[in-house]
Design a protein around this ligand. Structure first.
Ligand code: GLU
Length: 491
């Protein structure tokens, strides 16, 4: 790694303990943009020190998600081509993994221990719990009382439990890029646990060492890490590290302003991918969460954002997740897709549903349904009936209770006759041909059973439009099936 501290170097440091969260994707975007805007480097560091909760599958989900968004990382250890351990979705470099850097942390832990800035703690969980209860009983905020701080030798019959950092007393101050001047009181922390043992460093310590070793110039992360920053600054000071700049992004909130949760919206990026959202829409949406451009513009590509995204305009307050806004953006980006692109993607989706169709027919249906679609994945549930008539109950053919079966059958028979005798079955011609029947029987009485017969559903595009798309033969076949259903006395 080049020793060039003056360069802009940022990092995304996720823990692979769950699928890539939409909030982490946003932090990735902001870091990536910051790097691109300053000719800097975007580092990906997997914080997998929690061996039990870290999973390979979550790493894969992270790589796929970042690539899908177009947020490729710039640096990491080179990969040996025959390294089977590596995932197929990783490219030529890295990411860094904390699980592969134990020796580095061990070196710094030893330094703190040697210099008397950290110590082994022998207190058991039970000891700590008793201490906590005693403090609470006195109405004090619980913190470690420093029992082992000045013990130089291992007490007989006791095992070291953890390594603690000797937190110095005093104020810790820093200027946050988003929140301004911040101040914390170090005496409230107590001596923090920085490692379970020499081989098992914990988050605050490993992250601080890595930020130094990786020459991170700006730590841009979620506001949930704000309380970790003073602890990391103290560790930096003890080790003589350079202090990076900090920027804590506001959290994403539910509409009721609680922290974003599954109760209101999907939290995993992969859900949005499988629901058929376009990466451009998600990127645009994530950028607008808590950031407002100077003007009224709302549509920004990744390329636009490199030019226009202004870190200084990120708001301090939490950003509410607005599903309608996302869907609006998605529809905007859907407009940019050519019919050819949509047709290709839908051919694939239909193939997966075992529906075979010819391209020209599909194109016709796309034209009809396009204005109603938010994502292409919705296509089959909205327009599947064009390809395969779904099962439906004969009762659905009855518009109102006052309609009688004979009347409905009659209308369907007359409709077949109209279609048969119509030279052209474009919508306009059909509208003229059906006008007389509709005038006589009423719109609902004619169009309702016709719609159900043709689509098997209560809601669909205009039935005459369906006839135009399906053609004479298929329309007649479907109407005949409806008549058979009614005759089958199923009501
Ligand atoms: N590993 C931490 C997390 O996943 C992030 C740490 C950081 O950005 O400093 O929340």
């Amino acid at each position: 790694m080049p020793k060039v501290k003056e360069l802009i170097r940022v990092r995304l440091a996720p823990s692979p303990t769950g699928r890539l969260h939409i909030g982490t994707a946003r932090i990735a975007l902001v870091n990536w943009l910051f790097a691109r805007q300053h000719n800097g480097t975007f580092v990906l560091r997997i914080e997998d020190t929690d061996k039990e909760r870290s999973k390979k599958e979550y790493e894969e989900d992270l790589f796929l998600g970042l690539r899908w968004l177009g947020l490729e990382w710039d640096e990491g250890p080179a990969l040996a081509t025959n390294d089977k351990k590596r995932s197929a979705v990783e490219s030529t470099c890295g990411p860094y993994r904390q699980s592969e850097r134990t020796e580095i942390y061990e070196k710094y832990l030893n330094r703190l221990l040697d210099e008397g800035k950290a110590y082994y703690c022998y207190c058991t969980k039970e000891d700590l719990e008793a201490e906590k209860q005693a403090m609470l009983a006195q109405g004090l905020p619980p913190k470690y009382g420093g029992h082992c701080r000045n013990i130089n030798q291992q007490p007989a019959g006791k095992e070291p439990q953890v390594i603690r950092f000797k937190t110095p007393e005093g104020k810790i101050e820093f200027k946050d890029l988003i929140r301004g001047n911040m101040a914390f009181d170090g005496s409230l922390f107590g001596d923090i646990v920085i490692a379970k043992d020499l081989k098992t460093s914990l988050y605050n310590f490993a992250a601080t060492v890595d930020d130094e070793e990786m020459h991170i110039s700006h730590v841009i992360r979620g506001e949930d890490h704000l309380s970790n920053t003073p602890k990391q600054i103290l560790i930096q000071k003890a080790l003589g590290f350079k202090e990076p700049e900090y920027g804590h992004l506001p959290l994403i909130l539910n509409p009721d302003r609680s922290k974003m949760s599954k109760r209101f919206a999907d939290t995993a990026l992969s859900e949005y991918i499988s629901r058929g959202y376009l990466p451009e829409a998600i990127v645009n949406f994530l950028a607008l969460l808590g950031w407002h451009p100077k003007d009224e513009r709302e549509i920004f590509s990744l390329k636009d954002l490199v030019k226009e995204f202004d870190f200084k305009r990120i708001q301090k307050a939490g950003a509410v997740f607005n599903q309608d806004k996302l869907d609006w953006l998605q529809k905007e980006y859907m407009k940019n897709l050519s019919t050819e692109e949509i047709t290709d993607q839908l051919m694939e989706i239909l193939k997966n549903k075992n529906v075979s169709t010819d391209k020209d027919f599909l194109k016709k249906i796309i034209e009809i349904e396009r204005p109603r679609l938010t994502t292409l994945n919705e296509f089959y549930s909205v327009a599947g009936f064009f390809f395969r008539l779904p099962e439906y109950d004969a009762k659905l053919l009855v518009w109102r209770e006052t309609e009688n079966i004979e009347k409905i059958k009659n209308i369907l028979n007359l409709s077949t006759a109209i279609i048969k005798s119509s030279k052209n079955i474009d919508r306009a011609t059909l509208a003229a041909s059906f006008a007389e029947l509709i005038n006589k029987e009423g719109r609902g009485s004619v169009l309702w059973p016709l719609r159900v017969a043709l689509s098997g559903q209560a809601a669909s595009p205009d039935p005459l439009e369906i006839i135009e798309a399906l053609g004479k033969e298929e329309s007649e076949r479907r109407i005949k099936m409806a008549i058979t259903k009614l005759e089958g006395n199923l009501l």
